[in-house]
Design a protein around this ligand. Structure first.
Ligand code: AP5
Length: 289
């Protein structure tokens, strides 16, 4: 029997420390290592975290994954890694700088179809250092098929990395269509706006970096339909995959971005507290043996 008493006092705060959705953050890691791939290096390296957050965001196109990733980044400091951003950045390069595989990938993307697994996996594996970053990561748009999820899980296991959670956002179709139709994105820093829900201070210009705002090619109605079908067919099965791994956190994506963030963060913090308490209990039991 162990005579040493164990008292656990863990407090949870869901405050965003003053950052809100309507206040775009002016400083942010430029994510060059992710967006451009090796040998590019990020301008600033996130401070190493004791327990880095390693998250995947799941949900239909337009549900608000990119918006939540930005808010989670502000609070958790982990980097926002979007495979869509990597593909769009490649698409903005001169045609002579695009590999044949990338040209093919961009054609899939324009139609709203999923890019082949082999191309996406090569792109992610090449950026492995971002997954190993001591600041953690928030993956947005990857994995999107079971094959991608399995390859990713193998990589995580082989590198001794553990996912913290997989957050799945849910929203009715009518709201998704309105969000996608009004979205505008900064061509330079990739910040996301909405013509009515989150308009920039000056029309057509990014509040953060003065970059030009554009409407994504795949936000046309015909591509939106194809994207939603691809989600139902290929990505929705991942929900069961991650539920079976005990990693799924489900969040309704209705309400303001700040409300959705609070719900997400509270659930993540609760999981983290349980995880820490579990570790302490195991360590205590080991000491008492
Ligand atoms: P990707 O870039 O990943 O796009 P997506 O998954 O289709 O998601 P979106 O970026 O469209 O939406 P979101 O959920 O991030 O919403 P957002 O926050 O912007 O992929 C694009 C394409 O690349 C794919 O179709 C595919 O071809 C290819 N691809 C990428 N990864 C791939 C992979 N792994 N495998 C294969 N192919 C791949 O919000 C939307 C709008 O709503 C914004 O205007 C925002 O301001 C607004 N908004 C957000 N939250 C709220 C709110 N609470 N209230 C009101 N408005 C809100």
């Amino acid at each position: 029997m162990c005579s040493e008493p164990l008292v656990l006092v863990i407090s949870v705060t869901a405050s965003m420390s003053g950052h809100t959705y309507s206040q775009p953050m002016t400083t942010m890691n430029n994510r060059a290592a992710w967006i451009e791939g090796p040998p590019a290096q990020c301008e600033t390296t996130p401070e190493p975290a004791l327990l880095p957050w390693r998250l995947i965001l799941l949900g239909a196109p337009g549900v608000g994954k990119g918006t939540q990733a930005e808010l989670l980044h502000r609070r958790l400091r982990a980097c926002h890694l979007s495979t869509g951003d990597v593909l769009r950045a490649a698409g903005s390069r001169a045609a002579c700088d695009q590999s044949p595989a990338m040209k093919e990938a961009l054609a899939y993307m324009r139609r709203g179809e999923l890019v082949p697994d082999s191309t996406v996996w090569a792109m992610v594996r090449e950026r492995k250092s971002c997954l190993e970053c001591s600041g953690g990561f928030i993956l947005d748009g990857f994995p999107r098929t079971l094959a991608q999820a399995e390859s990713f899980q193998e990589l995580m296991n082989s590198e001794g990395l553990k996912l913290t959670a997989v957050v799945k956002y849910e929203l009715p179709f009518s709201e998704i269509a309105a969000r996608l139709g009004g979205r505008r994105t900064c061509e330079k820093c990739k910040a996301v706006y909405h013509v009515t829900e989150r308009p920039p201070r000056q029309e057509g210009k990014c509040d953060r970096c003065d970059g030009k705002l554009f409407q994504r090619e795949d936000d046309r109605p015909e591509s939106i339909k194809v994207r939603l079908e691809a989600y139902e067919r290929s990505t929705a099965p991942l929900i069961e995959f991650y539920r079976n791994l005990g990693l799924l956190v489900e969040v309704r994506a209705t309400g303001t971005p700040d409300d959705i963030f609070e719900h997400t963060f509270t659930q993540l913090e609760t999981r983290r507290v349980r995880e820490v308490a579990q570790r302490v209990l195991v360590a205590h039991a080991d000491r008492c043996e």
